[in-house]
Design a protein around this ligand. Structure first.
Ligand code: NAP
Length: 243
């Protein structure tokens, strides 16, 4: 196992995953959509760990873009051994105010992207009888969030896909798991006021919010051989907010 592709790795949880995998000695493909400078500066940082790192642009909500990304990664690093489906967006608001476009964009970005990436990664993994997929879900996919119906639906879909695909490709030597984060302080939380963030902290049994590194450690564990007997599972990393 040596090549990991992480979607949405230019910032936040994905960037923390990229650092964790590079430190562990993996070659890393850093996917970005818009944040080219951040992705390129991250790959320079990752090279400092003595691994190969490339930045690769793709809009994961678009199947053709994903297929081009996989070809580019294979040409420079080789076949993908570990796929981390992390890219995602949020949408907060009443469901009755959502347009069809809002709904479709969210579902394409957070759920169809996982289908496109898994479909591209699996043939090489199955051929090698070796591969790992870790999907980044959300606690809202487990229990639902008010004013985040599309997000919750997409993440519940990611959890369902994780379980189904684990059954389908387990006999072919591929493990598929999900990490389900609670509240993690990244750009995604920027629209929340200080009062909202304080309230979320109060609702969390461990009385603290998560860091991107907390999630990256769980992703790295599930991708590692230490988790060789674990597939189809959802590892909740949420400070106890959802139990
Ligand atoms: P973030 O800081 O907002 O970063 C989002 C990342 O996704 C960026 O790297 C962005 O790339 C990428 N991205 C967005 N749309 C994309 C597209 N169409 N194609 C390719 N990349 C795309 O978010 P985050 O908090 O790290 O979230 C990462 C994952 O964790 C998401 O799936 C999110 O739903 C999940 N999550 C987050 C939290 C939380 O509290 N933060 C909680 C539960 C689950 P560019 O900047 O290059 O466009």
């Amino acid at each position: 196992m040596s090549v990991v592709l992480i979607t949405g790795a230019s910032r936040g949880i994905g960037a923390a995953c990229a650092r964790a995998f590079a430190k562990a000695g993996f070659d890393v493909a850093v996917n970005y959509n818009r944040s080219q400078e951040k992705a390129e500066s991250l790959t320079r940082e990752l090279s400092g760990f003595g691994v190969k790192a490339i930045a690769v642009q793709a809009d994961v909500s678009d199947g053709a873009s994903v297929r081009r990304m996989f070809s580019a990664v294979k040409a420079s690093l080789g076949a993908v051994d570990i796929l981390i489906n992390n890219a995602g967006i949020s949408h907060v608001g009443l469901m009755t105010d959502m347009t069809d476009d809002d709904w479709n964009t969210l579902l394409q970005t957070n759920l169809s992207s996982v289908f496109y990436c898994c479909k591209s990664a699996l043939p090489d993994m199955i051929r090698a009888h070796n591969g790992v997929i870790v999907n980044v879900a959300s606690m809202w996919g487990e229990v639902g969030a008010s004013c985040e119906a599309a997000y919750s639906a997409a993440k519940a879909g990611v959890i369902g896909l994780t379980k189904a695909l684990a059954k389908e490709v387990g006999p072919s030597g591929v493990r598929v798991n999900a990490v389900s984060p609670g509240v993690v302080m990244t750009d995604m939380m920027k629209s929340f006021s200080d009062e909202d963030v304080a309230a979320l902290k109060d609702e969390t049994p461990l009385m603290t919010l998560g860091t991107p590194e907390d999630i990256a450690e769980a992703v790295l564990y599930l991708a590692s051989d230490k988790a060789r007997f674990i597939t189809g599972q959802v590892l909740s990393v949420n400070g106890g907010m959802v139990i």
